[in-house]
Every structure is written in structure tokens, then in C-alpha cells.
Design a protein around this ligand. Structure first.
Ligand code: GLU
Length: 288
């Protein structure tokens, strides 16, 4: 049984592929609108809500009309450094656009929103972490739904190693969330890659994250735009679980899954929290 209707503070993570059009990378307004409606409804029902949203790079590449250059290169953009600069510029353009859309859509429901961009340093630096936590706390008290992303524009190593699955677990730990809903393009966790193996079995519930579970996710890859595959979802689960936060990995196909999960429907893979008494978020980033 999932008593998720008692969960007061919920972090929802959505990936680029779930809010952009595959063909063009442009924002999928129908899905963004639905997402915002679901989140506002959760908030209207008395929950604290935080959204971790990807999509900045995808939306920026489309807006600046540089998808072709980004994927196929050009005379001036043929090395990794040039590509990185392009990605960072795209993130700067796209994040502002994305936030403008969120702002507009949330305001249609009289819901306040705010932007928080983070890097690993936000967590590793004691003062930054303290400030970030205070800001989240204050925003949630004010009834705001913060929209969080990595600060891809300045954080080179975040772009290369970071991913928003991990970020969402870090945010869940930072705000001491009760539930993290990680929405993906897959129904949840399987014993093997279901695209490659017909023997792959769906796992509805994980009581304890052990080596067997970690093995299931080994070698899986992410989608074209997002950086996270199943392996990053498992490492996100390790952080969330150790911090005392339950987590569900579910399909973003139907965004109605958000309210269904939040009211206890058995959708996706439920990973139970297993709070470690000596949990420090920064330890999980130092590991890398
Ligand atoms: N932060 C990136 C973006 O907004 C995406 C990273 C990810 O999806 O893991 O485009």
C-alpha cells in the first residue's frame, strides 16, 4: 500500500524528452500546460511542490536555430570545446524561454513560481548550501512552486557529468521532501533493458537498494536530449532513499500519473526510503 496522500512535500522531475517535441526540440506546449496544471493542483490540495525541469538546452538549440550545427558540427564548431560553448549558449537562451513559458502557464492558475539554478558547488559549499536551503524554505512557505535546473551555462563539469535525475534527488534531500516523483520515458525499473530483452521484468517495488538492483540498471542509456539513463535513476534513488525520501520512477507519457501517484495509485517503481542517520548530501557528490 502506498499512503502517498499523506506526503506533504513533493519534488517532481521531468526530462527534456517529456516536454519537447522529438522532431524539432521545441517546447511541447500541450504537455507543459498539463504539467503545470497537475503541479498547481497538487499545491492547491495542500502540498509543497518543487519542479526539477530539464529542457533548457533543447529549447535553446531550437530557438537559436543551431540544432543542425550542434549535432553535425560546422567549420567553427568542430571540436568538443566549441560544442560545449554552443551547448552553454543554448542553455542560456533556452532556460530563459522555458522559464517564460512556466511563468505564463503557472500565472494562468494564479500560481506563483520562481527559478532556482544550481551547480554542484551550491551543495558542496557550506554557505551556498545553507542559502539555497533557506531560499527553498522561504519560497515554499510563500506558496511558490520553484522550478529548478542545473546552471548549465556556467557549470562545465555539471554538463559533462551531471544530470537532472541526480539533481532532483539532491533537491529532494535539501528540502527534506517526503516524495520524489521521477518522470521518465519508461514505466519504471526493469530487471533488464526492456527495449533489448524480452525477458525483462517490471519491478513494482524496491524495499532496499542492494547490488542486485544496481546491476539491473547497468549499461542502460538515456534519451538523445537528456543525460540520464536507468543508472542515473538508481544513483538518484540512493540519494533520495538515504535522505529519508520515498521515490517513484514512472512514465511521463501520461502526466495524469502525477496526481495518481500522489494519491497512492500503484504506478511506476516505488523505491522505499531507508534513512541513514549520518546522511550528508555533500558526501554523495564528493564520491564522484
Ligand atoms: N539541464 C539540462 C537541460 O536543461 C538537461 C540535463 C538532464 O536532462 O539530465 O537541458
Amino acid at each position: 500500500m502506498r499512503d502517498f496522500d499523506k506526503k506533504k512535500r513533493i519534488v517532481v522531475k521531468i526530462g527534456s524528452s517529456s516536454i519537447t517535441h522529438k522532431e524539432t526540440g521545441g517546447a511541447d506546449l500541450v504537455r507543459l500546460e498539463r504539467l503545470v496544471r497537475e503541479l498547481t493542483d497538487l499545491h492547491n490540495g495542500g502540498r509543497d511542490v518543487v519542479l526539477v525541469s530539464s529542457g533548457a538546452i533543447s529549447v535553446g538549440l531550437k530557438a537559436a536555430n543551431i540544432r543542425g550545427i550542434y549535432y553535425s558540427g560546422s567549420e567553427r564548431h568542430d571540436g568538443p570545446d566549441e560544442k560545449l560553448k554552443l551547448k552553454q549558449a543554448a542553455a542560456a537562451i533556452g532556460q530563459a524561454r522555458l522559464m517564460m513559458m512556466y511563468q505564463k502557464l503557472f500565472s494562468e492558475y494564479n500560481q506563483m513560481t520562481a527559478q532556482i539554478l544550481m551547480t554542484k558547488n551550491t551543495i558542496l559549499d557550506n554557505l551556498n548550501r545553507f542559502n539555497a536551503r533557506n531560499t527553498f524554505e522561504e519560497l515554499l512557505l510563500l506558496g511558490v512552486i520553484p522550478v529548478v535546473n542545473e546552471n548549465d551555462t556556467i557549470a562545465t563539469h555539471e554538463i559533462e557529468f551531471g544530470d537532472n535525475d541526480t539533481l532532483s534527488a539532491i533537491v529532494a534531500a535539501l528540502v527534506e521532501a517526503d516524495l520524489l516523483i521521477l518522470l521518465s520515458d519508461i514505466n519504471g525499473l526493469y530487471t533488464d533493458d526492456p527495449h533489448k530483452s524480452s525477458d525483462a521484468e517490471f519491478i513494482p517495488e524496491i524495499e532496499k537498494l542492494d547490488e542486485t538492483v544496481e546491476r539491473f540498471a547497468k549499461g542502460s542509456t538515456g534519451s538523445v536530449m537528456g543525460t540520464g539513463g536507468m543508472a542515473t535513476k538508481i544513483s538518484a534513488a540512493r540519494i533520495a532513499s538515504a535522505s529519508g525520501c520515498d521515490m517513484v520512477i514512472a512514465n511521463a507519457d501520461d502526466l495524469g500519473n502525477i496526481h495518481r501517484i500522489a494519491t497512492g495509485a500503484e504506478i511506476g517503481t516505488f523505491i522505499h526510503s531507508d534513512r541513514k542517520p549520518d546522511f550528508y548530501i555533500e558526501d554523495f557528490l564528493n564520491e564522484e
